[in-house]
Design a protein around this ligand. Sequence first.
Ligand code: ZN
Length: 147
Amino acid sequence: MDVRELYQELILDHGRRPRNFRFPDGANQSAEGKNPLCGDHVIVKAVLHDGVVEDVGFQGSGCAICTAAASTMTEVVKGKSRGEVDAIFHTFHDVVTGKVPPDLEELGKLAAFAGLSEFPMRVKCATLAWHTLEAALDHKPEAVTTE
Ligand code: ZN
C-alpha cells in the first residue's frame, strides 16, 4: 500500500466513523457552518479555558471529505492554544490548496488531505469545519458559509 492509499484509507475511516461526533460537556464556544455547493452542514462546539481548547466536538451531515476533515480536526486541536489552532489551520489550508508541500511530521494525519489541491471544489468541504471552529472561538454567532 503506498502513501496515497493510506491517506485514502484514513479519510474513508474518519468519514465513516467520525471521532468526537458529539457535543462536549460544558461547551462554551459554538458555531454553525454551511457549504451550499456540496450541502455540507456542521455545528462545532468547544470547551475553551484560559485560551486552550480543552475539548471539541461536532455534529451535522456532510460528505466524506467534510466529515473526515472535521473528525481529524477535533483530534488535532484538542489541548492546543488559540494561537496554535490558527497556525495549524493556516498550514492545513496551504496544504489543501497546494501552496506548500505537506510536512508529514508537522501535519500528521492532516497530510492525508494534501491530494485535494487537485480538486478545488473539495477544498471547501475540507476547510468548512476549520472555518466553523475559528468562528466559534471568535464568538461569531452567525452561520459561516463558504459562499
Ligand atoms: Zn462536501
